[in-house]
Design a protein around this ligand. Sequence first.
Ligand SMILES: [Zn+2]
Length: 93
Amino acid sequence: MTTLRQRMIELLREEELDALDLSQILSIREKEVYEHLPHIAKSVAAAGETLVIHPYVCLNCEYTFKERSRFNRPGRCPRCREGHIRMATYIIR
Ligand SMILES: [Zn+2]
C-alpha cells in the first residue's frame, strides 16, 4: 500500500495525470485511485508540497467543479445536467 502510494507520488511529481492515467499505469481500478488521492494530498502536504488539482470541467457549459471535496467523478453537471465531464488532473508541486 505504502509502495503504491509512493509510486503515485513519484508519477505525479513527474507529470500531470488524471485518475484513468494512474489506474492504467499502476494496474489498479479507477475507484482505488480516488481512495489513495486524499492520503497522497496529506502526505505531500506534510513534506511541504501540494497536490495541485485541476478540477473536473463540464464539456457542455464549462462549469468547473472547483468546490468539489471528493475526488471521484461527478455524474452530471449541476448547471446544465449534461454528463460529459472532462477528467480532473493532478500534479505535485
Ligand atoms: Zn454543464
